[in-house]
Design a protein around this ligand. Sequence first.
Ligand code: ATP
Ligand code: MG
Length: 442
Amino acid sequence: MAADFVEGWLLGQTLGEGAFGEVKLVINNATGEAVAMKMIDLRKYTDAALSVKKETAIQRSLRHPNVLQYYGKRSHANFEYIFLEYCSGGELFDRIEPDLGMAVKDARRYFRQLLSGVEYLHSRGVAHRDIKPENLLLDQYDNIKISDFGMATMFRFKGVERLLDRRCGTLPYVAPEVLKEPYRASPADLWSCGIVLVTMLSGVLPWDQPSSKCKNYEDWCIGGVLGSNGPWKTMTAGVLGLLTGILADDPQNRSALERVQSHPWMSTQSSDDIDYGSNLEEFSISLSQPLPSGDHTASLIAHETDDREMTCFSQPIACDDLLLASQMNLTQSASQGVFQKLVKRMTRFFVGCEYAQATERLTAVLRSMIQCQWKISQTRGITVTTTDNRKMQLIYKVNFIDMDGKLLVDFRLSKGCGLEFKRRFVQIKKSLADVIIQGSCN
Ligand code: ATP
Ligand code: MG
């Protein structure tokens, strides 16, 4: 049973960990509506207040089917709560098989949606600056939702564009000019989209970083797809042409977003390649309130003085309670929800053994992995801390959940590269094959 959170709303399971705290699921008791809630402990993270303010100021003005919808935020007892559209489909990296990628038609569909969301952001003068599969969530219909506006900024205001000079993003996804600065916002975001496409089609990142420090990247600059090792071999000429345009070292020579959208590869259709609910018209019908005008949104932001702001236009019907409730009870957290309430995730399996044996087997595998440390919690969880091939920190959590008389072993990325996390998962799954109940997951 979940704990009563705000009257009528239940606090569900943890969906993930953010830079400043946990993200939890909150469910309306009567209607079953689900909302994601980012909880930020302002005492623990003293620099969080300003970045939250900036992040939400940008996010609240956005409204597009491929951009995660912001509902509002409120403060209570040193905590900041941000309410967001709930994405039950998990994260994009989860759909990418290490060294393989995914079906081309799925990659194309996700890529189209990603570009549609980015095009919208840029039309509003917003640069995301950290586009990568870990920040692309999926809703129940498998639609891309661009999330995590922690590094976003305005690059155009009243029609005047400014150059950006903050080095930010994630090295393998970042455009080369970002490391040199100043840089233009739109080509840099588009570059990151191109790297996302490469990972979707191949399951690998083409280089660690786009600079002379990295041989794979140097080779790409000199010889393109022919002159470099990398994930290109399995790709068709059509998509290679597209990627060559997106991953042009000089942003001036890079294809513009509209050009990418009209590339023949983008419109290749197969009969089962349909975008469910991804056009704006269809989306707006499902909303409880009409779309706001741009001016209306702007005035709300300008007049916001109250912490208990409520800016939402598309929020679930009962979401007001969450934003305005005077009492919040966060003392108890919910136990594991029923399976249906869990986010869709490929990184889990059922085992045919008891908890004690399962942890023993898992820790034996972890012991055999290099630079791997772990901590077992009282609540049937293991936190694993390690470093990946790029020497970046990788943290993931393993939860053991009793379900229908079986034991579910659920792996969730906390910090680091999604593809590297999946690689570890595949390795662990192989090692535990004899206790895994085959065909039992997802
Ligand atoms: P970081 O900087 O480490 O990425 P962050 O503070 O920006 O952290 P998010 O990336 O927004 O936090 O969220 C952390 C994780 O929580 C996500 O990777 C995802 O697993 C989960 N999550 C966030 N928002 C939602 C949502 N709306 N629906 C479902 N899960 C979510
Ligand atoms: Mg994130």
